[in-house]
Design a protein around this ligand. Structure first.
Ligand code: DLL
Length: 445
């Protein structure tokens, strides 16, 4: 797309987004030095790590020194749950979020007042990149609560000076009525929920293209260019991809500008690297690998070289929008076993843990993930144990309902359980193939 075809609105925090690359590098270098000094002096976990790696904080003077610093893994964060990685006094924390699905120990993100201003700023940048301004009415239909989606959009919308409707997700009839009554111009929710809303509107006799929404900010789960085309067509909007994760800040790590050609990263505050997941070696622009992020200015829960497990590549070419920040290609999948179902992160081992606690079933199972219409579904096939085998229909149904209820409280999503006969699920010698994902989504190339 050429620069002439981009509809321009005033750029939010233009200075941060159009900084000459040399000045940006200097800023990143200064911030990295300060970060390492803080981590060493205030976070015992990082002090030990840095000492183990023989890193003296005073020797970190350039962003190029990052490659010699230790990584942080999701498990590191879990081990210090809930507050072990705080770099600020607990009294200074004003908000807390947690990742939705984990092995039972969630990952905590703690925000000081300055962190919330940062979040507001990066989310305002995200919304504004797609053209949103203070005149917009933002329907925030990501889940509110410990999940970062709802409140991330909320803080960003307020920073931008827009009007925020804190809807949270669900209650589709009310979403549509509110959209119409208040004239919402922006919709922010998961892409699958947006698609569902369009379908639901049609079922109610409402033409979704006639709704006032002009643009959507969709993320928290993988979605494809085909789905973008469908959303843009069915809702009559521009659909932007937005990215983020609890461990870094929530949504607001990066997003698409009006060129819709890769997601700009907010490199002045979150430094990106792409590494070879096997060797940990940094890769260059265009080389596909795992995204690693360092929070350069977070106060509450800063992280050093956090391994996201998200696969993408860096785009170093200038963008017609005028921003000088590097972009990443839309997310191309994950290199761990985390599934994202209706926006909720699910690890297969959580399912296993639940099954192990239920008498009458074995931890042999298959998860079949599918998409019916716009909604993800998850079916769990579970083997009955031989000892407790029964063919009493009443008993079987009761056991299936129990499994569904226990999974619901552990995973926070509804599943459908199906008992199968003992020894019918394939045993494997290598990695068990427990997940069948029939959603044809993840890549968008
Ligand atoms: O999903 C934060 C978020 C909320 C992002 C709203 C965008 C919009 P978590 O629950 O910690 O945080 O999950 C983070 O979700 O590592 C990716 O694997 C995946 N993810 C997030 N955005 C996208 C996206 C939020 N645009 C994990 N495309 C990340 C693909 C995404 N995957």
């Amino acid at each position: 797309m050429s620069s002439e075809t981009l509809t321009r609105v005033a750029m939010w925090n233009e200075a941060a987004q159009t900084m000459p690359r040399a000045a940006l590098r200097q800023l990143q270098s200064d911030r990295l030095g300060a970060l390492v000094a803080t981590l060493h002096s205030s976070v015992p976990f990082y002090r030990d790590r840095l000492d183990l790696f023989g890193v003296r904080p005073a020797s970190v003077t350039s962003i190029d020194d990052l490659a010699g610093l230790p990584f942080t893994a999701k498990d590191d964060l879990r081990q210090v749950y809930p507050f072990g990685l705080l770099a600020a006094p607990k009294e200074d924390i004003v908000e807390v979020h947690m990742s939705s699905g984990t092995t039972g120990t969630p990952v905590v993100g703690a925000y000081t007042a300055a962190d919330l201003r940062l979040w507001g700023d990066v989310m305002a940048r995200t919304l504004n990149m797609g053209g949103a301004t203070s005149s917009d009415i933002i329907q925030a239909a990501y889940g509110y609560g410990l999940f970062t989606g709802g409140l991330g959009v909320h803080h960003g919308g307020i920073a931008l000076g827009a009007m925020v409707l804190p809807m949270s997700s669900g209650n589709s009839a009310r979403q549509l009525a509110t959209m119409r009554d208040f004239g919402s111009t922006v919709l922010a929710c998961t892409p699958s929920y947006a698609l569902f809303l369009a379908e639901y509107a049609r079922e109610q006799g409402i033409d979704p293209r006639q709704l006032p929404v002009r643009m959507g900010f969709f993320g928290a789960e993988p979605w494809s260019d085909a789905m973008r085309a469908q959303l843009e067509e069915s809702l009559g909007i521009k659909a932007y991809d937005i990215y983020g994760l609890t461990e870094i800040i929530g949504p607001g790590v990066g997003g698409e500008c009006e060129a819709q050609d890769g997601l700009h990263l907010f490199e002045d505050v979150f430094y990106p690297e792409i590494i070879d997941p096997e060797t940990g070696r940094p890769l260059g622009p265009g080389e596909k690998g795992e995204l690693v992020l360092t929070t350069l200015t977070r106060q509450g829960s800063p992280v050093l070289r956090y391994r996201t497990h998200d696969i993408t590549y860096l785009i170093d070419e200038p963008c017609p929008c005028g921003r000088t920040t590097r972009r990443i290609h839309r997310l191309m999948g994950r290199n761990d076993d985390m599934l994202i179902i209706r926006g909720v992160n699910v690890f297969p081992r959580q399912v296993e843990e639940v099954l192990l606690r239920i008498d009458g079933v074995e931890p042999y199972y298959r998860l079949i993930v599918d998409r019916q219409g716009a909604m993800d579904s998850i079916d769990v096939e579970v083997e009955m144990s031989e000892a407790l085998f029964t063919d009493e229909i009443g008993d079987l149904v009761a056991l299936e309902r129990r499994i569904e209820a226990d999974l619901k409280s552990a995973l926070l999503i509804q599943t459908r359980a199906h008992l199968v006969n003992p020894k019918t699920i394939e045993r494997s010698e290598g990695k068990a193939k427990r997940i069948i994902d029939r959603r044809a989504v993840p890549t968008s190339a």
